[in-house]
Ligand binder design. Structure first.
Ligand code: T46
Length: 137
């Protein structure tokens, strides 16, 4: 469930460049890029899975935590490095939280925005992955 992508870097005294190339680093064609900015440090976001969408989440500045849940396992990780992307495959429930002040997340997505691809109800998600929704309680 946890798939990190180490992005190549070109470092120099004047600054660093982090690179993400389709096929080499990103395992899907990128059809959309969006950023999460001005995030409320107290907030928790996400609370959904995607039916088809695949994404690479990169923390460009600051840090945050992300919970991943595939219906049978749950794990929490920290995103904090621009050269370390987290691959979010389809049918993974995610919640993002503990945003540092000024945290910026960039997301490379395999599809255009489509609300129909979202599963925003946890019970529906558990039904679709075939696990009784009280299995974590
Ligand atoms: C995800 C996590 C990591 C659009 O109209 N177009 C877009 O491309 C996106 C991403 C969102 N929206 C609209 C949909 C909602 O009305 O923006 C609003 C906020 O989106 P949402 O509540 O889904 O935001 P997050 O931060 O919970 O989730 C986002 C992505 O939507 C999601 O795919 O995996 O970031």
């Amino acid at each position: 469930m946890l798939e990190w992508v180490k992005l190549p870097e070109r470092r120099s005294e004047t600054g660093n460049i982090v690179i993400a190339e389709v096929e080499k680093d990103v395992p899907f064609a990128i059809r959309r890029v969006y950023c999460l900015v001005d995030l409320d440090v107290e907030t928790r976001r996400g609370f959904h899975a995607h039916r088809q969408l695949e994404q690479l989440v990169i923390c460009l500045h600051g840090s945050c935590r992300i919970l991943l849940d595939d219906g049978s396992r749950r794990t929490e990780v920290t995103l904090a490095q621009p050269n370390r992307g987290l691959l979010l495959r389809s049918m993974i429930w995610r919640e993002m939280f503990d945003f540092s002040q000024g945290c910026v997340l960039m997301v490379l997505a395999s599809e255009h925005y489509d609300e129909a691809d979202y599963i925003r109800n946890y019970d529906d998600f558990m039904q679709l992955v075939g696990v009784p929704s009280d299995s974590f309680s």
